[in-house]
Design a protein around this ligand. Structure first.
Ligand code: KIV
Length: 270
């Protein structure tokens, strides 16, 4: 398994880091087989696999349930798991207790927390020994305030983001995810920080990239954000399922090939 030490080395040697979300046993197995450097059990699972409207509905129990399945599927990959909406920003001791719970119950390698307001909890976790990945720029848990559009588009907002990035690093974050910000700003922050910076919708100048499994494979998602590239097409699965349905109706399935040869009724006394 790659470790934080490897990710630091990769940053310094300018070897890009690949990160992909996974939410269950098979997607985790695929990510590991593809030698993806790091898996994120993102709270995007709310929309991709649970059919929620947004990440706001995702619970700590949801995260634990899915992260455990991912751990079973990818025993040899570094796994980061999201702290869901409502677990951070209430009270430092309570928030930290929830962070400990998620970290311990999932056997993940790190947790991820959205927003610069989480700096005190990041510090607490760091002091306790929990690796925390910070997440700035577009933080989907705050979509009610920010919307889903490009962030840090004014001079003031860009300066604030640079300050926030420095703050989370100083607080002990081991890595930073930057989402949906101008690529020159993402590059500047990447050059400023000593920790690895992973981008999504932040251009090529970060230390690595993260994408959502269902976006990459066109699997059950309707909307394609600008920054998403499709590398596969699981939407063809519907055609396969239609064929199955049709063959059952026509009794074309199961044919001889899919039927056990053994006959028993001639031995059964009626
Ligand atoms: O939940 C998620 O998938 C994420 C990524 C978009 C970074 O946080």
């Amino acid at each position: 398994m790659k470790t934080l030490k490897d990710f630091m080395r990769m940053k310094h040697e300018r070897e890009k880091i690949s990160m992909l979300t996974a939410y269950d046993y098979p997607s985790a197995k695929q990510a590991e087989a593809a030698e993806i450097d790091m898996i994120l059990v993102g709270d995007s699972l709310g929309m991709t696999v649970l059919g929620y409207e947004s990440t706001v509905d995702v619970t700590l129990e949801d995260m634990k349930h899915h992260a455990r399945a991912v751990r079973r599927g990818a025993k040899d990959t570094y796994i980061v798991v999201d702290m869901p909406f409502g677990t951070i920003g209430i009270d430092e001791s309570r928030d930290t207790a929830l962070a400990i719970e998620l970290y311990r119950d999932t056997n993940a390698n790190a947790i991820k927390i959205e927003g610069a307001h989480a700096a005190p909890v990041i510090k607490k976790c760091h002091d306790i020994g929990i690796p925390v990945v910070a997440h700035l720029g577009l933080t989907p848990q705050s979509f009610g305030i920010t919307g889903y559009q490009l962030q840090a588009t004014s001079k003031e907002a860009a300066k604030q983001l640079i300050e926030d990035a420095k703050l989370v690093e100083k607080s002990g974050a081991i890595m930073l995810v930057l989402e949906a910000i101008p690529s020159d700003l993402a590059h500047a922050i990447t050059e400023t920080l000593t920790i690895p910076v992973i981008g999504i919708g932040a251009g090529v100048g970060t230390d690595g990239q993260v994408l959502v499994y269902h976006d990459v494979l066109n699997y059950g998602v309707e909307h394609k954000p600008k920054f998403v590239k499709r590398y596969g097409d699981f939407s063809t699965g519907v055609e396969a399922l239609k064929n199955y349905h049709d063959e059952v109706k026509r009794q074309a399935f199961p044919s001889e090939e899919y039927t056990y040869k053994k006959q028993i009724m001639n031995e059964v006394d009626e």
